[in-house]
Design a protein around this ligand. Structure first.
Ligand code: AMP
Length: 172
């Protein structure tokens, strides 16, 4: 299954800007077997870890994270880009190549001591995941693991997430 997933991911050069090779996971979403296979693998990563909540990171992390939460029968929490969540939020900014971005989570989305498992489609520099972890830890969450479909190892994003447990299905 891992090799089938690798073959399905489409490299799109120069998207969203020159020099970036965008890893397009929509061919996985569009294939029932591959989508289920990717969720199976993410669920295996969360198995036996007494997870209380799945956190998905805006926006493709919602697709994978929500499916995992449903399988495990636990709640789902969205970490969103600024300005999308309607209730009281905690926010965290992080550096982008140019400028900065902000992620937010609802203050009551996670209770102190809850064991959360984060999901996103892709780990690049790790800025987004690191900011998401900070947000959740500020709410008192216990971070079990951070799981990705794809890890771009050459960007060393994993180092930004230490000492947390980082898991990925495919590495490049
Ligand atoms: P980063 O904060 O640098 O780890 O970026 C991670 C976020 O940006 C993830 O939510 C990804 O969906 C997206 N992203 C970054 N680089 C790529 C890429 N080469 N292909 C697809 N998505 C990317």
């Amino acid at each position: 299954m891992v090799e089938r997933l690798r073959q399905a991911i489409r490299d799109v050069p120069d998207f969203p800007k020159e020099g970036i090779i965008f890893k397009d996971i929509t061919p996985i979403l569009g294939d029932g077997e591959l989508f289920r296979g990717s969720i199976d693998l993410l669920c295996e990563m969360a198995a036996g870890q007494k997870v209380d909540k799945i956190v998905g990171i805006d926006a493709r992390g919602f697709i994978f994270g929500a499916a995992v939460a449903d399988r495990l029968g636990v709640g789902f929490v969205p970490v969103r880009k600024r300005g999308k969540l309607p209730w009281k939020c905690r926010e965290e900014s992080y550096a982008l190549e140019y400028g900065e971005a902000v992620v937010e989570v609802h203050e009551d989305a996670v209770s102190p001591g809850e064991r959360v498992f984060l999901v996103d489609d892709l780990l690049a520099t790790g800025g987004t995941a690191a900011a998401s972890i900070k947000l959740l830890e500020a709410l008192g969450a216990d971070i079990v693991s951070i799981a990705f479909l794809v890890e771009l190892e050459f960007l060393s994003g994993r180092e930004k997430l230490l000492p947390h447990d980082v898991k990925s299905i495919l590495t490049y």
